[in-house]
Write a protein that binds this ligand. Sequence first.
Ligand SMILES: CC(C)(COP(=O)(O)OP(=O)(O)OC[C@H]1O[C@@H](n2cnc3c(N)ncnc32)[C@H](O)[C@@H]1OP(=O)(O)O)[C@@H](O)C(=O)NCCC(=O)NCCS
Length: 178
Amino acid sequence: MNTHIRPLTPSDAPAYKALRDDMLRRAPTAFTSDHESSVALAASEFAPRLGAPASGLFFLGAFDAAGQLLGCVGCERAQRRKERHRATVLGMMVAPAAQRQGLARQLLAACIAAAERLPGLRQLDLTVTAGNDSAQRLYEEAGFRAWGRHPNAIVVDGVGYDKVHMLLPLPTLIRAAP
Ligand SMILES: CC(C)(COP(=O)(O)OP(=O)(O)OC[C@H]1O[C@@H](n2cnc3c(N)ncnc32)[C@H](O)[C@@H]1OP(=O)(O)O)[C@@H](O)C(=O)NCCC(=O)NCCS
């Protein structure tokens, strides 16, 4: 498939919301946000988060040749001084018709490359719902490793789901001596 990846901007808000709403409905246990709250929001409410790279939040989108948004991933940097070396990868999603073609892998690689360019950023964190094996494998293949499990981190339709916490140290990370 002829696709390209670029940062999302506020003008992508309607396409981003449409993809997000659809994926929250299809995969309710994969995300912490819920579909009902999301559909109630106007597309314009998503615009600020798509235009905030200076605040440490960016989203990347994968587009087909016609310019249709097929998938996206976000990255949000912690703001407090002692945590600014960390950012969280979030909102990874690929539309069903575009899945299993390597798009998530490309989005994740582009996200890691963009994060590595941010001065002082030394570690990427993320969570994945336990049992979402293809997503966890995707992250493991990119170098993330699981370090813990949060029991009942989310409840969907009355059922608790654990979240696996994963991290990827960037090459610039300097560790304290043991
Ligand atoms: C998880 C998700 C993002 C993966 O997206 P994707 O674009 O299908 O991922 P990729 O194509 O890069 O790789 C996924 C799988 O397709 C396989 N694949 C990649 N290219 C392929 C190809 N050309 N032919 C066949 N399989 C292929 C990969 O080996 C991988 O297989 P696996 O699931 O057995 O590990 C997508 O399934 C999704 O949006 N799921 C719902 C939301 C979700 O779970 N998000 C993650 C939240 S943490």
